[in-house]
Design a protein around this ligand. Structure first.
Ligand code: ADP
Ligand code: MG
Length: 656
């Protein structure tokens, strides 16, 4: 998908991102209501000079305290006979302007302090942060009062006071995030490339903290408008005759019992304004948080959602321990459906090793994770098919049974070893946990077993290494720890997702030998995912080649290696270097895999295939069984001895 995103022009992507932002924001009903009310208030306030309103400061002693809904004064008049509607609209302008300016000042100064403190660290950090701590040590409203007392009452001074007391919120928030970012690899890389500190701060770090600044702003604007109103209420902000919402509330206090509308009207508007800002602000926060972005604002659940239109009447293939039939897994992202897996059939017999091969993004990991319901929901869901374990459909089983099967009967080695290990526990503890989650071993025997497992995966000096934290191990060792965890409960089925990709060749060979032994000694079945045909030829009995979410060819490994039938398989095999043939040309496959949300009609490989003809681009192309357990999904399969580019179709196809 990453490749496909790069393929889109940057402008189109930006436009789509913005559209997505608004759609997600408006999906959130509360936020949409808040936004609507806020926009209405802001528009009316902005239009104040154009509206036919009487002068807000014009006193008329004869018209004192007129009730609302009288002709000429829809909201009545105050104690000096001034029109409340006019004062309300002009006052809202003032309150909004002060609140927003104070937020901007606090955001700019606070974020700057936070960025510098977090990036510089050490003494600069201590100095700046102790200053911030000092501001925070005073109750903020007292501090604001003290600042106004020193500067003198007035709207501008109230603005400064409120900006100053809010600087710490921004500074602390941004410092925390900058601290984490400043030690990341991409910042190191920028430093090594010779960028100045200022450019690193502005170019590398600021874009990453910007969403947080916006979120903090959107959630504090309402607060600052309230504080401005508070100061004005006390007579320290807007000075007579100027109106703002707080001073209007203050003026109404004296006549609260004789003419309650004078206080109630601005009070209600303050409530509506702050409430709408907070609701809209919360919505913005939810949309900008990347973890909440991809669809519904819900937490991922423990198991992939099963959304099959109908439950298939599936019967297991004879001799198959695990039989996946017609598996379809989709991701619903922002109204579009990404068909990551579009009808995959796999059968895994006892003691068998099946290789799942394909380019990056072809749907191998999603296929494997769908089996035990490990695809994150949202956005993922299983849209069709069945996965039969000993004839029983895993997708129909209750959650509790799946939980017990995971890691005991069916173990999974995930693709990314660093993100699957807990950073705060030693690897020994994590293996012990994996053992005890399913077994009844006491802690001591579990620890002994953990050491055995570490030795089994060839970690040198297991006793010492088991006390290491994941970050203290190399990538290859972490990979082996994950394999050890997967083996902890003698699984009958091991799903290994590119388990040797991070390893050097010698360790890779050992891990392959280990899996081989596991399968021979314990009769375990292995689903081995890789993009490397070289590895496949070493350990897999059969292989299934995936492209764009479908199996395009399957059969016994040696037969496929000797005579691939699908042009894609032939190209993949041609990409493997052969020892002792340094002069051989290694052709990359031209073009890119299609995007999962825009799969073409017909064969998905047709745009890149030299043998493609017009028929290849229309309709459904089936997986046609051949001899000796082979099957291929191609209208013009290669015959024995034909090269990947050869054949009749070469002239007919136009490479995209
Ligand atoms: P690979 O064959 O390299 O293992 P994957 O199975 O990881 O490929 O991915 C297949 C497709 O599913 C890709 O287009 C990928 O973008 C998409 N995909 C995988 N995981 C997610 C996810 N969590 N959210 C959205 N799309 C995903
Ligand atoms: Mg993968």
């Amino acid at each position: 998908m990453a490749g496909a995103v790069i393929a889109e022009p940057a402008t189109a992507r930006r436009g789509k991102g913005r559209a997505g932002f608004w759609r997600l924001l408006l999906n959130n009903r509360l936020a949409a209501c808040g936004l609507l009310v806020l926009m209405a208030i802001v528009l009316v306030a902005l239009a104040a000079p154009l509206l036919p309103l009487p002068d807000p400061d014009l006193t008329a002693p004869a018209d004192r305290l007129i009730r609302p809904l009288e002709p000429g004064h829809p909201l009545g008049t105050d104690a000096l006979g001034r029109d409340i509607l006019s004062r309300l609209i002009w006052g809202t302008r003032v309150s909004l302007a002060v609140g927003i300016s104070a937020t901007l000042i606090a955001a700019v100064l606070g974020s700057l302090i936070g960025l510098v403190a977090g990036y510089a660290g050490g003494r600069v950090d201590s100095l700046l942060m102790r200053g911030i701590d000092m501001i925070m040590a005073f109750p903020y409203i007292l501090l604001a009062l003290a600042i106004v007392a020193v500067l003198g009452p007035g709207l501008l001074n109230a603005l400064y006071a409120i900006a100053v007391v809010n600087i710490p919120f921004f500074a602390r928030n941004i410092r925390g995030i900058t601290l984490g970012l400043a030690r990341r690899e991409f910042v190191d890389a920028a430093r090594l490339s010779g960028k100045s500190h200022v450019r690193i701060l502005l170019g590398e770090i600021l874009p990453n903290v910007l969403p947080v600044i916006v979120i903090t702003m959107s959630t504090t604007v309402g607060w600052m408008i309230l504080e401005t109103a508070g100061l004005s209420f006390l007579g320290l902000g807007a000075q007579p005759p100027q109106a703002d919402l707080g001073s209007m509330l203050g003026e109404g206090r004296g006549v609260l019992f004789t003419a309650p509308h004078v206080a109630i009207v601005p009070g209600l508007l303050i409530f509506a304004l702050v409430m709408s800002i907070n609701l809209a602000g919360d919505g913005v926060r939810d949309v900008l948080d990347p973890r909440l972005r991809s669809g519904a604002l819900t937490r991922p659940v423990a198991r992939t959602e099963i959304a099959r239109a109908r439950v298939p009447e599936a019967s297991p293939a004879p001799g198959a321990m695990l039989d996946v039939q017609g598996l379809r897994t989709e991701f619903a992202i922002g109204g579009e459906i990404h068909r990551a897996v579009g009808g995959v059939d796999l059968a895994l017999g006892r003691g068998e090793c099946l290789g799942l091969v394909g380019e990056s993004g072809s749907g191998k990991s999603v296929t494997a994770m769908s089996i035990m319901g490990l695809v994150p929901t949202p956005p993922g869901r299983i849209a069709g098919g069945a996965a039969l374990l000993d004839g029983e459909d895993l997708f129909s089983m209750p959650d509790e049974r799946i939980r017990r099967l995971r890691g005991s009967e069916v173990a999974h080695v995930f693709q990314d070893p660093l993100s699957t290990l807990h950073p705060l526990f030693t690897v020994g503890d994590q293996i012990v946990e994996a053992i005890r989650a399913h077994g009844s071993l006491d802690r001591r025997s579990a620890e002994a077993r953990a050491l055995d497992l570490l030795a089994l995966v060839r970690i040198p000096n297991p006793a010492e290494r088991s006390r290491a934290y994941p970050h203290e191990l190399s990538g290859g060792m972490r990979q082996r720890v994950c394999i050890a965890m997967a083996l902890a409960n003698d699984p009958r089925i091991l799903i290994a997702d590119e388990p040797t990709t991070a390893l050097d060749v010698t360790v890779q060979a050992r891990i392959l030998a280990l899996m081989e032994r596991l399968r021979r000694e314990r009769d375990a079945a292995v689903l081995f995912i890789t993009h490397d045909f070289g590895v496949v030829s070493t350990i897999c009995d059969r292989v299934a080649v995936m492209y764009a979410g479908r199996v395009v060819e399957t059969g016994p490994t040696q037969a496929i290696l000797d005579a691939p039938a699908h042009p894609y398989t032939a190209r993949l095999i041609a990409c493997v270097p052969v020892l002792g043939e340094p002069g051989r040309r290694l052709d990359a496959i031209p073009g890119r895999p299609p995007m999962a949300n825009r799969l073409p009609d017909g064969c998905a490989f047709a745009p890149r295939c030299p043998r493609a003809t017009p028929e290849c681009r229309e309709g459904e192309i089936g997986l046609v069984p051949g001899e000796a357990g082979r099957a291929v999904r191609c209208l013009h399969p290669l015959g024995p001895g034909e090269g990947p580019g050869g054949g009749a179709g070469e002239t007919a196809g136009e490479p995209a």
